[in-house]
Design a binder for this molecule. Structure first.
Ligand code: MV4
Length: 448
């Protein structure tokens, strides 16, 4: 096991990782920018190193500074959290070259899944169902139009180097296709330095359902069930549930076992999420995330598995502490993301929290790194904290969510808490009847 772990992140996820390290008896190193000197992750770590000025590219994304922090403190492993360097294959490789363990998958697996065409080809080879579309890159509008006619419109053009919704264009006929291919290539070149694009059948009203997986790099892997993350705004998730309300236990086992078997074949190591679009009872692979996700606590709540503990264990060379038969699913969990944003316009609202009272009580977990008197800096994402509630049934979970949102107080800045007050009264939300477009339609047509 590691002696000392450096946490290359900030905010609630840095605390989440610190807590797991403490329970494992591992010493911790926090890194921080000059804007985060007073941050909770710095206070709670055993040691801390300032790695640069506020902009993330100069601090949390600054590989030489983070390597230097490892050298200075003698850390033998780095946990990247999510965002920042968590899916940077070069960072994972450089750490390995310096005999420091990257707590995550191999740089090879990060690379495969980072290239969306290679990811999809890999999924096909592993027997994971994918969205019908091109086998590879589309070079010309003519080629794309020919294939689009074979698939049938509407079709979506995606950037090979994209992901998370960046660089996508929908085409409904040949004329739109010609334009979509050219503009998508130009935009992809500008955004990612790579103009490669591919096409897929456009699914009109899917849900976003993902499977949590965990492997040990020795051919052992398990799935930890489903999450429904359809409630998003501009590709930012707002509300996540486990299990996905519309997937039966039999269907969960079926798609889950396909994913776990795929990870065994790949000898995948660490936590991963296989993302699907789900429409008319069918799963269609779109992407794989090779990291811990923001919404991992809902899975932890219904399975009882500590995902960060497992990540650290397998990174240190131990075998997975659980087999598939040990994974059980109990009750229902919902996470809502409390952001420092205007609840109507979603413009960021950084500043000083004058009073803070998190919700508590039975079935409530709050993952946050803020406190009363803390000033949220303007440089990073606007997540204040995650409210995770549990119920034996989805109905009980919703009742607790109502109660917990009422109880939660964050004064001094605008937050998205009032949005959740509204959402938990909506019949479609109560019924679990929503798709990936529901929230944007709701926000566009209804004014609070
Ligand atoms: C799609 C799609 C419809 N059909 N692919 C957006 C994020 C990226 N991970 C994939 N995305 C989509 N891919 C096909 N073939 C619709 C989306 C999409 C979406 C997906 C998940 C959650 C929210 C979304 C919002 C808009 C579009």
């Amino acid at each position: 096991m590691f002696q000392k772990v450096l946490i290359a992140n900030r905010g609630e996820i840095a605390l989440r990782i610190l807590r797991a390290c403490k329970e494992l008896g591992i010493a911790t190193v926090a890194v921080h920018s000059t804007a985060d000197s007073n941050a909770m992750h710095v206070r709670l770590a055993d040691e801390s190193v300032c790695i640069g000025p506020p902009p993330a590219k100069d601090s949390y994304l600054n590989i030489p500074s983070i390597l230097a922090a490892c050298e200075i403190t003698g850390a033998d492993a780095v946990h990247p959290g999510y965002g920042f360097l968590s899916e940077n294959a070069r960072f994972a490789r450089i750490l390995t070259e310096h005999k420091i363990t990257f707590i995550g998958p191999s740089s090879h697996h990060i690379e495969i899944m980072g290239d969306k065409i290679t990811a999809k080809k890999t999924a096909v080879e592993l027997g994971i169902p994918v969205v019908p579309g091109s086998d590879g890159e589309m070079k010309t509008p003519e080629e794309a139009i020919k294939l689009a006619n074979a698939i049938g419109y509407p079709v979506i053009v995606k950037a090979t180097a994209g992901g998370g919704g960046r660089g996508m264009k929908v085409a409904r006929n040949d004329e739109e296709m010609a334009i979509a291919i050219s503009t998508a290539r130009t935009e992809a070149k500008a955004a990612f330095g790579n103009d490669s694009v591919y096409i897929e059948k456009y699914l009109q009203r899917p849900r976003h359902i993902e499977i949590q997986v965990m492997g040990d790099g020795k051919g052992n892997a398990v799935h930890l069930g489903t999450r429904d993350c359809s409630l998003q705004r501009r590709h930012q998730k707002v509300w996540e549930e486990a299990s996905a309300p519309t997937v039966s236990p039999d269907q969960r086992s079926e798609i889950g076992e396909i994913c776990a078997a795929a990870m065994r074949k790949l000898q995948y190591s660490g936590a991963g999420t296989i993302e699907f679009l789900y429409e008319d009872g069918e799963f269609y692979f779109i992407e794989m995330n090779t990291r811990l996700q923001v919404e991992h606590p809902v899975t932890e709540r219904i399975t009882g598995v500590d995902l960060v503990y497992e990540q650290i264990r397998v990174a240190s060379g131990e075998t997975l502490s659980l087999a598939q038969k040990d994974v059980t699913f109990t009750g229902h969990a919902i996470e809502v993301r409390i952001n420092a944003e205007d609840p109507q316009t979603f413009t960021p609202s950084p500043g000083k929290i004058s009073f803070y009272h998190p919700a508590g009580g039975v079935g409530v977990r709050v993952d946050s790194a803020v406190y009363g008197g803390y000033t949220i800096p303007p440089y990073y994402d606007s997540l204040i904290g995650k409210l995770i509630v549990y119920g034996r049934t989805r109905e009980e979970c919703l009742q607790r969510l109502r109660r917990a949102v009422d109880e939660f107080v964050v004064d001094g800045i605008k937050t998205t808490l009032p949005l959740f007050q509204r959402l938990i009264k909506e019949p479609d939300i109560i019924a679990g009847n929503y798709d990936i477009h529901w929230l944007e339609k709701y926000l566009g047509t209804k004014k609070g």
